[in-house]
Design a protein around this ligand. Structure first.
Ligand code: ADP
Ligand code: ASP
Ligand code: MG
Length: 416
């Protein structure tokens, strides 16, 4: 079997859905499992709904209606006849969501988030699956929540590999074209869970692992993995081949083209991952597989914007040692801060973090009880793998460098 993943950008409108069908016809879709994300920026739109549910009830209904309208327009562009069953199916999904939000009594933001956000994927796959059937690409719509089981750590649930493996081996029809949702799963009580933002790549890897698939292909709006994000760097170049190890490093440092959790399951079974263009499906793209670290060799640039640099020093000039460092890390973990870089000296400790869950204020309050705290918000973190002097110069020129850390293969630079 082969596993495909189509992300939000590939299905952002009716043209995108038609193009998905074209790609399948062009490259073949027998014994294929297709993982699809929410359309366009719909996951962000659902995040807005969730925010309204908790903080601004007056806007709740209209924020849901906006999303329904967006999908309805795509349906109208794809299907000539409004009596097609897909219109009803999509409406029903929205009714189901509204009914959940009306009934729900749980104040748990993360729980409500997962129950709500998942409709992005449920709706997109319903549309894609019905459209493919409509044009003769007969397929099976799979509710991924019956296969990918997780714990109940809502918003970043952990996969229960044993149960997932067994459900996929036993129940999934492997001889057909399957269409399923990325990003979501379900817990032991059958509540919906999610695997973390951008988690659809990971879904593809989970299926590939459990199916012993021959390959995974993620279809992108770029030619493959480039040596830099083309939105921020001119002249980004295509990398033809990357080893799993190198790809894990790049994803870890924030190369958003591949979700960090995707690679490990694939590496364990040496299943190749292809990153290809949905605009040019016959292009070579990038192959992530066993082999040379990176081919052709070149520095790779990764930038993370809107990071926070926190610098701590002890109030009494005492050393920052194991005990305080473990306190600091407990707090970072407690407030779900994603740590990018750390650097310490005798009496100071700096950490660059991604404030994903907006907990900075509480964290700082806590830290101030024990340390002198300096904060730089809105800093950029640049990472260069396989750096050289010229590469470092390109980044540093014209910026204030707040922190810099070099290891043999990687340099990280925090700038303002
Ligand atoms: P998806 O629709 O699958 O979620 P994304 O929009 O998340 O796709 O990812 C594709 C985008 O990732 C590209 O348009 C590009 O701007 C960005 N990107 C970041 N780093 C890289 C990189 N190293 N190589 C290619 N694209 C990158
Ligand atoms: N739709 C989800 C997100 O935008 C998952 C994904 O696209 O991978 O985060
Ligand atoms: Mg995405």
């Amino acid at each position: 079997m082969q596993v495909f993943k189509f992300g939000g950008a590939s299905v952002k409108d009716a043209e995108g859905v038609k193009n998905l069908a074209k790609v399948l016809k062009q490259v073949g879709y027998e014994e294929t499992l297709v993982v699809v994300s929410a359309m366009g920026k719909m996951t962000n739109a659902f995040e807005h709904v969730i925010k309204n549910y908790f903080e601004n009830k007056a806007e709740l209904k209209s924020s849901i209606q906006d999303i329904l309208k967006y999908h309805n327009q795509i349906l109208l562009d794809l299907f000539e006849n409004e009596s097609h069953v897909v219109f009803k199916k999509v409406r029903e999904l929205f009714l189901e969501l509204e009914s959940f939000l009306n009934r729900n009594k749980s104040p748990d933001y993360n729980f409500v988030y997962d129950q709500t956000i998942s409709y992005g994927e449920l709706v997109s796959t319903t549309i894609v699956s019905e459209y493919l059937n409509h044009i003769g690409l007969t397929n099976n719509w799979v509710d991924v929540r019956e296969y990918i089981k997780t714990d109940n750590y809502y918003r970043t649930a952990n996969v229960d590999w044993e149960t997932t493996q067994s459900l996929i081996s036993k129940n999934l029809n492997k001889n057909t074209l399957n269409i399923t949702q990325g990003f979501i799963g379900s817990d032991a009580n059958n509540f919906t869970t999610t695997l973390g933002r951008e988690g659809s790549d990971y879904t593809a890897a989970i299926f590939a692992y459990c199916l012993n698939a021959q390959s995974v292909t993620i279809w992108k709006d770029v030619e493959g993995v480039l040596n830099a994000d083309p939105r921020y760097f001119e002249h980004a170049q295509l990398i033809h081949q990357i080893s799993y190890r190198e790809a894990i490093e790049l994803a870890f440092y924030g190369a958003s083209v591949i979700h960090p959790k995707t690679l490990q399951p694939l590496q364990r079974k040496e299943i190749p991952l292809y990153v290809k263009s949905f605009v040019n499906p016959e292009g070579k793209g990038t192959s992530v597989s066993k082999g040379k670290a990176i081919e052709p060799e070149m520095p790779c640039f990764i930038v993370k914007k809107n990071q926070v640099l926190i610098s701590l020093s002890s109030l009494d000039f005492s050393y920052i040692v194991e005990e305080n460092i473990s306190d600091i890390f407990n707090l970072l973990h407690h407030y779900k801060m994603k740590v990018d870089v750390i650097q310490n000296s005798a009496i100071s400790f700096s950490v660059c973090i991604d404030n994903v869950y907006n907990n900075l204020e509480q964290l700082v309050q806590h830290l101030k009880a024990k340390f002198k705290v300096t904060i730089h918000e809105n800093v950029s973190l640049y990472t260069i793998r396989h750096y050289n002097e010229k590469a470092i110069d390109t980044i540093e020129t014209g910026k204030t460098v707040l922190l810099k850390q070099l290891t043999q293969e990687t340099v990280q630079i925090v700038t303002q």
